[in-house]
Design a binder for this molecule. Sequence first.
Ligand code: NAG
Length: 244
Amino acid sequence: MQFFLPTSNRWRPPAVPLKEPPSELTQVHRPIPMKEGKNVSCAPEKPIRHSALHNVNDVVAVGPESFYATNDYYFTDFIMRIVEMFIGLRWTNVVYYSPGDVRQVATGFYSANGIAMSSDKKFIYVADVTGHTVNILEKHEDWSLSPVKVVQLDCLLDNLFVDPATGDVWTGAHPNGFKLLIYNTEDVPGSEIIRIQNIHSDHPTVTTVYANNGSVIQASTVAAVYDNKLLMGTIFHRALYCEL
Ligand SMILES: *[C@@H]1O[C@H](CO)[C@@H](O)[C@H](O)[C@H]1NC(C)=O
């Protein structure tokens, strides 16, 4: 049994023996095995450190050296993070970073996680995992953000992806947070991929495009689409390629 905090991308996988997916799925869902121990070379040019970037979960670049970042916890102390999560403080935030100008631009999220920019670059979308919401914020010339609206979902959504062709917002979600918190090889966490169409309209269309109980893929966190092809990623499991 493993214990870990959800939403952190820093956690590394338990060795989970997995059965191959049922044969009827192999035509459309082709699991891509992750090669263990294979390092992808990615030398950081310049690490960026700042006290405001204390629990960075995700970033969206808005310039060569500027970005918005989400902090997924307010506290950095392990025990206080657990307290923060269980009493449901809404103290996590979005920070704007550029050389010489660093500030909080949004707060009030239970657990700010995925962040993405709309295809017209006018809005920033923030996923609040335990708030179960996608928060739409308008981006202003001085880089401040103002809340526009909140789309309520009923899942623990993680990262966000915006389809550049349609503007649709995609997210990987966890159907059951408890199964993530207490990892049990006999009762593994499942996966959900959600698409939100017309997110700026009064009636966005929310569709569960893919759902699995963990037999094929566990703990999905992200989906990317291109040309009717869907690639999904997870916290610690493998990637899955689907044709839509
Ligand atoms: C998960 O789904 C698979 C395939 O649909 C099924 O064979 C299996 O019994 C399910 N497992 C659980 C724990 O529900």
